[in-house]
Design a protein around this ligand. Sequence first.
Ligand code: B16
Ligand code: MG
Length: 216
Amino acid sequence: MDCKAVIFDLDGVLVFTDKYHYKAWKKLADRLDIDFTEEDNDRLRGVSRAESLEIILEKYHGEPISEDVKEKYLEEKNEIYREYLGTMTRNDVDSAVRDNLNLLRNAGLRLAVGSSSKNTAYILERTELTDAFDAVADGTQITRSKPDPEVFLKAAKLLGEDPDNCLVVEDADAGIEAAKAAGMHTAAIGAAARSEAAEYNLTGIEELPVIIGIAQ
Ligand code: B16
Ligand code: MG
């Protein structure tokens, strides 16, 4: 693999905000009398906020909900989610993540974030990760969410790199699909670690320098 840049998914790879997503969605689901489990929450990995609501509403059996009310639900959920994000600090980033980001950068690789989240800038700021990246592509800059390749193509463009020189690190099947559709190399980790669709399967971020060929 000729790898010049690494594009990291955020939630599930660099930080673990899925528990906050779950708690925030759960409050809404309980209010609407929807059964929403942690397994259901797994289906929301890498999926946009609006699409996540539609998945949760698959188990809703009440009166029809207008688009305006759905919009209100999305705002409410995000407010609760951001309260949790406000408690995050640099300690919410594993030292292996920070060390390996430094190692890759010092080896001359360009680094970017490619996330569906519209809260990406806030999460990077809270966890003091902003300066670790050369570019950030996120949910505020795209119209189509993963598995569409838009967010990763945007990240490559911001870095000025060809897609086939980029490696995407992802924890969601939708993200692996998106990276492949972008013509990029793929490394699956976390929830997607066993993905058969990915080119590389990682048990930890410290394996990245090895597969890229800058460490043994
Ligand atoms: P927000 P990622 C994704 O982040 C999450 O995995 C997904 O659960 C969430 O719905 C999505 O961001 C949108 O997040 O509500 O903050 O815009 O994995 O692409 O970094
Ligand atoms: Mg993710």
